[in-house]
Design a protein around this ligand. Structure first.
Ligand SMILES: Cc1c2[nH]c(c1CCC(=O)O)Cc1[nH]c(c(CCC(=O)O)c1C)Cc1[nH]c(c(CCC(=O)O)c1C)Cc1[nH]c(c(C)c1CCC(=O)O)C2
Length: 346
């Protein structure tokens, strides 16, 4: 493994591992993105995946929020959809629309189109370069989409209100669905292990579409794959190599099971009450979350109360402050600063 500048702020990593905290660490999902004018300026000149594929650009964008705000962690600039791309599916990012997969998997037979040899070397190069440029300011988080969330994009072909196309597979083609989830899981395990070998110091797995499952579907089509990912990554790297975070957005129906998964941190979405999350997940897992991203539209004094109220409910140990989903593009960056300060002075 490469050597990088020594870490000056390891608070986030210590709390993720369940060690005592002198204050609450904070970072923000989607902290590198369109709410920053610095990001929009670069994005005008480059297409989205070109930015992901160019290590110098990915490193620059990853560092933008770190240079601007006193955040306690960085997250590598990339996207969960690089895995479907590496499996041979075309993905484009259309301004104002979001991701588009022009040739999605329509029937299980289409799975024969998938390949498994797409290179993600550019992500590892971006991670290495970012670790150097961070100069040890804060730890760098690597990430991947969870299998169900990726499967749902690969079948739906883009955003959806209902995700009925991938859900059709779960009901009409359960065995083929499991095969697809298996393939994505295998690739994801290797991808996460390689990110750590390149320099990622923590890993987050985004199950953003748990919203569209119920408890039964989640227990069948999400949880086992999330479990396999953490089990295998830890087996390959060693149990204590890096803390792992799972963010199952909308999985309020399975909090007890999430507490028993082999992840160090469970991310809580903004619909779940912190006290309920702690009660159901238990004391031995660090919780992360969960301010409503829309709370950043509140006046700053109100925002401060909301952020500090959240910290009071979660408690200051075994807790990492964050939003309960990614930040919205029309958020005022000064309110981001107010949110961070409110948490850090709570
Ligand atoms: C579902 C999902 C995606 N991508 C991601 C998820 C899981 C998190 C979540 O639930 O929000 C994860 C993601 N996407 C991006 C990051 C970068 C790191 C970070 O700052 O958090 C991360 C961690 C950059 C991005 N990913 C995207 C942008 C904006 C792209 C642009 O400039 O057009 C960025 C900065 C595009 C993207 N990528 C995706 C969508 C639906 C969209 C369009 C909607 C949107 O823009 O928020 C897929």
């Amino acid at each position: 493994m490469a050597t990088f500048p020594p870490l000056k702020n390891d608070l986030f990593l210590r709390v993720a591992r369940g060690q005592p905290a002198e204050r609450v660490p904070v970072w923000i999902m989607r902290q590198a993105g369109r709410y920053l004018s610095e990001f929009r300026a670069l994005r005008e000149k480059h297409n989205f995946f070109e930015m992901c594929q160019t290590p110098a650009l990915a490193a620059e964008v990853t560092l933008q929020p770190i240079m601007k705000f006193p955040l306690d962690a960085a997250i590598i600039f990339s996207d969960i959809l690089v895995i479907p791309q590496a499996m041979g599916l075309e993905v484009t990012m259309e301004p104002g629309v979001g991701p588009v997969l022009p040739h999605p998997l329509k029937t299980p037979e289409d799975m024969s189109r998938l390949t498994y040899d797409g290179s993600l070397e550019y992500v590892y190069d971006a991670i290495k370069l970012t670790r150097e440029k961070l100069e040890g300011r804060v730890p760098l988080i690597g990430f991947a989409g969870a299998p169900w969330t990726l499967m749902s994009y690969m079948i739906e072909g883009g955003g959806s209100k209902t995700w009925s196309k991938p859900k059709r597979w779960l009901y009409a083609h359960p065995e083929e669905s499991k095969l697809l989830l298996d393939k994505i899981t295998e690739l994801t395990i290797q991808y996460l292990v390689n990110q750590v070998r390149a320099g990622a110091q923590a890993l987050q797995v985004f199950e953003s579409h748990a919203d569209f499952l119920n408890r039964d579907l989640f227990l069948k089509y999400s949880l086992p794959y999330l479990a396999r990912i953490s089990h295998e990554v830890k087996k390959q790297l060693g149990d204590d190599a890096v803390p792992m975070i799972v963010f199952p957005k909308g999985a309020h129906y399975a909090l007890k099971e999430l507490g028993k998964l082999n992840y160090d941190v469970v991310g809580i979405d903004w619909t779940v009450d912190p006290a309920v999350a702690r009660e159901q997940i238990g004391p031995n897992v660090t919780l992360q979350g969960n301010l409503d991203p829309c709370a950043l539209y509140a006046p700053q004094d109100k925002l401060r109360d909301l952020a500090q109220g959240m910290v009071a409910k979660f408690g200051k140990q075994r807790y990492i402050a964050n939003l309960g989903h990614g930040i919205y593009p029309d958020t005022n960056p000064e309110n981001v600063r107010a949110f961070i300060q409110a948490v850090q002075s709570a």
